[in-house]
Write a protein that binds this ligand. Structure first.
Ligand SMILES: [Cu+2]
Length: 638
């Protein structure tokens, strides 16, 4: 019994598991006791100090667990950003580094500081009450940097004079648009005080219409029941998930959101590794309407996908099916308090259409979905990892929520769009313009196909040129090219060659004499349309290409920038690949940029219908036949 219990405890914990609430609090306590955290210090990120892959494997083999926290912080009174590593086992401060920046490391920390200062001012609550707002949680506040656009400089270098304007609005989900609060507020970020507070509420405040039009509902549909009377077919112990032949772990990171690690497939009596780790690494949304403003929010890096308020709990039976099982996540606020979000990760099985069919024999597919919901100001994202019975992993980003908009003053378009028009915005409602923009997601995929040493092969399909033997022009073939160096591995989708990529293990040969591999199959994608000298292209150069391949390095986690306070031109992928490291038959990391170009439609208003984007990881020669031939009949829900 003891042994079984130990084995179970072993299986429940993993060196890559996110910090628990106790670990977050312990890290903060150690930093307070060592004098590293002052009363004016705020905590930007409290995360697992990620051990290198080699240490993770050694620790797992030896059944030991090193736990350390990495903490990124900013002291508002001295305008100093620093990072520290705390060993949680020995309860020691291991290292502290002052960063070469006077700026807060993320816009989130500046948002949190503004909210903290304004909410503590005695004039705030009466001003809210005058507006009929009793719960100010839905009130948005943003630092309005004077003379530069977000994400710009907040603190003037070399000075503590951090006086800044504050924009305020109500995030009323039932209102047509974010309502202005008519408050003129300046705060001193360094001193933590409000220096100006003017209430400019006009006698008649325009209110938006109700989004959901409750009196105007269509008739309800007949019931469709989704039930699993015998329970779900997956099992979760700690961070470990088993479903069908899949074994993987999942956790939530304050910045990166849902992360998967140790993804493996049980193939007979062998447990075969596929991915060491997979997560979103950055996202950025450049806006292109010259009549609006220059704006390219990095919602993952700048705000964080799971920091205070951005990770939204699921609503039972509405955003996921009723057979969903919910799992909590732990994140933290800027004072270092841990926050538990219940229903943070939704896991459910869903009917997945046809698995395979021939003549009178067929099998029904089931998929396992791991999903999270995020609200970043106006926009909403659903980020999913979908596991299939045929060995496929589908990665999906769903975009919904409220588009950014501005008031044109025009009730309607003067003339319909005609031939030759150039559109940088669309009137989506009377007076409301939706500016053109793009969404880019960078996924970091640390493949370990049957082991660490992998290669990436580009596949280009083209006509075989006629020869003297074969004069016909009807032959075509897929040409394989191994990507050998990082700088040659900046690649784009090419329709003319039906281009795709395959991640193989060149040291393993299957019974068919092939290298086991996984295909990265792009879905719909896009290229950046801001020019190459634009701020967004210089700062987030990862959007220049759909595929990047790098040699594994434990510090290289963010395709864009690690911290925003430092001068962040050409950080991340564009900088790393200048080293031009070898990538053939190495431990490699694949980075895929998924893009959506969004010219808003009237149908995107007031709340945008869910728009799906994604790509798939599909076994190609990983198995020696269809791995789902063994699915029993009749279909698996009976
Ligand atoms: Cu959009």
């Amino acid at each position: 019994v003891m042994l079984a219990g130990t084995a179970r405890a072993q299986e429940q914990r993993h060196p890559l598991d996110p910090l628990s609430a106790q670990e977050i609090e312990l890290a903060v306590t150690i930093l307070q006791q060592s004098g590293t955290i002052l009363p004016s210090t705020r905590l930007d990120l409290i995360e697992l100090h990620e051990p290198p892959k080699v240490q993770v494997k050694t620790d797992l083999a030896n059944g030991i667990m090193h736990r350390a926290a990495h903490v990124l912080m900013y002291d508002w009174s001295s305008a100093r950003a620093s990072e520290a590593v705390v060993d949680l086992g020995s309860r020691r401060l291991v290292s502290q580094v002052i960063l070469d920046s006077r700026e807060p490391p993320t816009s989130w920390l500046a948002f949190a500081r503004v909210e903290e200062i304004v909410r503590a001012d005695p004039r705030w609550r009466p001003a809210m009450e005058r507006r009929g707002i009793t719960d100010d949680e839905g009130v948005g506040m943003a630092p309005r940097s004077k003379g530069s656009s977000f994400p710009g400089r907040l603190v003037v270098a070399g000075s503590n004079a951090g006086v800044i304007g504050v924009s305020t609005w109500v995030n009323n989900p039932r209102s047509r648009e974010a309502e202005k609060l008519y408050l003129d507020i300046d705060v001193d970020l360094a001193r933590g005080t409000v220096t100006k507070f003017e209430d400019r509420l006009p006698p008649e405040v325009p209110r938006g219409a109700d989004f959901f039009r409750p009196g105007d509902r269509r008739p309800a549909l007949k019931p469709l029941s989704i039930e699993q009377p015998a329970g779900v077919s997956f099992e979760v112990r700690g961070s470990k998930l088993h479903w069908q032949n899949w074994e993987l772990r999942f956790g939530v990171h304050p910045r990166r959101g849902l992360e998967l690690y140790d993804i493996a497939y049980r193939d007979g009596d062998r447990l075969r590794t596929v991915l060491y780790r997979a997560s979103l690494s950055e996202m950025v949304a450049p806006y292109g309407d010259p009549e609006w403003r220059s704006f390219y929010p990095p919602d993952e890096g700048g705000r964080g996908l799971a920091r205070s308020g951005t990770l939204r709990p699921a609503e039972h039976g509405e955003d996921t099916p009723p057979n969903t099982v919910y799992y909590p996540a732990v994140t933290h606020d800027s004072r270092g308090n841990s926050i538990e979000i219940l229903k943070a990760v939704s896991i459910y099985e869903r009917d997945d259409g046809l698995l395979w069919r021939h003549h009178d024999e067929a099998r029904r597919a089931r998929a396992l979905v791991l999903t999270t919901f995020h609200t970043v100001d106006n926009y909403d994202y659903q980020l999913s990892w979908i596991f299939r019975m045929d060995g496929t992993i589908e990665v999906e980003a769903v975009l919904t929520g409220v588009i950014n908009s501005y008031d044109t003053g025009r009730q309607r378009d003067g003339r319909p769009v005609v031939d030759g028009s150039s559109l940088s915005h669309v009137l989506v409602a009377p007076r409301v313009a939706g500016p053109i923009h793009q969404h880019f997601f960078s996924y970091r995929l640390d493949f370990d196909v049957d082991g660490e040493r992998n290669s990436v092969v580009e596949m280009n399909t083209a006509t075989i040129p006629p020869t003297s033997k074969r004069s016909s022009d009807e032959w075509f073939a897929a040409q394989a090219t191994v990507l050998k160096r990082e700088r040659d591995a900046r690649r784009d989708i090419e329709m003319a060659f039906s281009r795709w990529w395959k991640i193989i293990n060149p040291e393993v040969v299957t019974d068919l004499g092939q290298h086991p591999g996984y295909e990265l199959r792009p879905g719909h994608n896009t290229m950046p349309h801001a020019g190459p000298r634009s701020a967004v292209r210089r700062r987030f150069g990862f959007i220049d290409h759909h595929l990047w391949v790098t040699a594994y390095s434990p510090d290289e986690l963010y395709a864009g920038v690690r911290f925003f306070g430092v001068d962040y031109v050409a950080e991340g992928l564009p900088r790393w690949v200048q080293a031009n490291r070898e990538i053939a038959n190495r431990d490699v990391v694949i980075w895929y940029t998924l893009g959506v170009t969004h010219l808003p439609r009237p149908e995107d208003w007031p709340i945008m219908p869910a728009h799906r984007a994604g790509f798939a990881l599909i076994p190609f020669g990983f198995f020696t036949q269809n791995p789902a031939m063994d699915v029993p009949r009749p279909h698996p829900w009976n």
